[in-house]
Design a protein around this ligand. Structure first.
Ligand code: PEP
Ligand code: MN
Length: 338
C-alpha cells in the first residue's frame, strides 16, 4: 500500500510511520518529495492495516494496492472458473438459463412451469420455498413442502434445481433437495449464512445486494470461498437508483467489470431488475451480449394469480421466444448455451 503524508510532515512522523509499517511485517520505502513524503509498504497487506495507519497524525491518506478479495480475484485464478452441475456446464464459454416461478406455490404449478421451461431449453429450474418478502404478511413460501415439489420436478425432468436459503439453520435440511444454494439480494451480507454455505460442497448462487457496490459482492463471495467452497456463481439483479420506471436498474456494466476482476461466473436476473414482464427479454439479451454466463428468469403460467412477482413473470410463450433469441446471441458471440 502507499502512505501519503501531510505536506510538511516532520521527520519524526516519517520515522514513526516507517516503524509501524515494519512492526506490521511490511517493508517501508520512503520517497521524499519537495513538499510531501510518500511511503510505500511492500508485503502482504492485511485488511486492517490501512485503517490503522490512516489514524496516525501526519498521515493524509493510505491507498491499498491489492484488492481486498483474493480467492475471488482473477489474479488468484487467471482462468474462468468452470462448474458442472448435474451435467450443466457453467463458466468460460458455457452459458445456462435458469427459469421457473418466483415461488413454489403448489405442486401442479411447479411441474407445469418446469415442463414448459425445460421444453423451451432452460437447463436449471428455479423456485422459492423460503421467500424473503418485504412484508411479513405476504406469502412466505411453502417451506419443506416446496422443497419436496422441487425434488420431484428434478427427478421427473432430470434437471438441476436452485432455491433460496435464508437461514443458516436450513442449509443442512436443504442439501437433499437443491443442487444450488441461492443467496438472495437481501442476504448478500448475511455473513453467518455465507460461512454456512461455504462449508458445503454445493454451488452457491450469490445475488448482488440492491445497494451493494461490486467490491462488496466480491467480498461476500470471498466469505463463501474462505470456508473452502469455491463454487460460487455471482448474479447482478438490479440496484437501486433514482429511476422509477423500473423496479431496480439492471447494472449491465457489472458484467464486464466482474469478468475483468474475478474468475467467477456472472449471471444477470432481468426479472427482479425490471419488475415488468415486457422488459425482461431485452434485458436478458443485453446481459448475455455483455458477457454474462447466463440468465435467471421468472416464468409463470398464470401471472395474474401468482403469489409473488406476477408482474415480472413471463408467460411460457414469451420465454420460448426469448430462448430462441438467446440461442442466436450465444451463437454470434461464440458462446455455448447448455
Ligand atoms: C428471487 O430470486 O426470487 C429473489 C427474491 O431475488 P432477489 O433476492 O434478487 O430479490
Ligand atoms: Mn421473485
Amino acid at each position: 500500500m502507499i502512505v501519503i503524508l501531510k505536506s510538511g510532515a516532520s521527520e519524526e512522523v516519517v520515522q514513526h510511520v516507517a516503524e509501524r509499517i515494519t512492526q506490521l511485517g511490511l517493508t517501508p520505502h520512503i520517497s521524499r518529495g519537495e513538499f510531501r513524503t510518500i511511503i510505500g509498504a511492500i508485503g502482504e497487506e492485511g485488511v486492517a492495516l490501512p485503517e490503522q495507519l490512516e489514524q496516525i497524525a501526519g498521515v493524509e491518506k493510505v491507498m491499498p494496492i491489492m484488492r481486498p478479495y483474493k480467492l475471488a480475484s482473477r489474479e488468484f485464478h487467471p482462468d474462468d472458473t468452470a462448474l458442472e452441475i448435474r451435467g450443466v456446464k457453467i463458466g468460460g464459454d458455457y452459458c445456462a438459463v435458469i427459469a421457473g416461478p418466483c415461488s413454489v406455490e403448489n405442486r401442479e404449478l411447479l411441474l407445469n412451469v418446469a415442463r414448459q421451461v425445460k421444453a423451451a431449453g432452460a437447463s436449471i429450474l428455479r423456485g422459492g420455498a423460503f421467500k424473503p418478502r418485504t412484508s411479513p404478511y405476504s406469502f412466505q413460501g411453502l417451506g419443506k413442502e416446496g422443497l419436496e415439489y422441487l425434488a420431484q420436478a428434478r427427478a421427473e425432468l432430470d434437471m438441476p434445481v436452485i432455491t433460496e436459503v435464508m437461514d443458516p439453520r436450513d442449509v443442512e435440511l436443504m442439501t437433499d433437495y437443491t443442487d444450488i444454494y441461492q443467496i438472495g439480494a437481501r442476504n448478500m451480507q448475511n455473513y453467518n449464512l455465507l460461512l454456512e454455505v461455504g462449508q458445503t460442497n454445493k454451488p452457491v448462487f450469490l445475488k448482488r445486494g440492491m445497494a451493494a457496490p461490486i467490491n462488496e459482492l466480491l467480498m461476500s463471495a470471498e466469505y463463501v470461498m474462505s470456508r473452502g467452497n469455491h463454487q460460487v456463481i455471482l448474479c447482478e439483479r438490479g440496484i437501486r437508483t433514482f429511476e422509477t420506471q423500473t423496479r431496480f436498474t439492471l447494472d449491465i456494466s457489472a458484467v464486464p467489470v466482474i469478468r475483468a476482476n474475478s474468475h467467477l461466473p456472472i449471471f444477470v436476473d432481468p426479472s427482479h431488475a425490471a419488475g415488468k414482464r415486457e422488459l425482461v427479454a431485452d434485458l436478458a439479451l443485453a446481459g448475455m451480449a455483455a458477457g454474462a454466463h447466463g440468465v435467471m428468469v421468472e416464468v409463470h403460467t398464470d401471472p395474474e394469480q401468482a403469489l409473488s412477482d406476477g408482474p415480472q413473470s413471463m408467460l411460457p410463450s414469451g420465454f420460448r421466444r426469448l430462448m430462441e433469441r438467446l440461442r442466436q446471441v450465444a451463437e454470434v458471440l461464440g458462446r455455448r448455451l447448455n
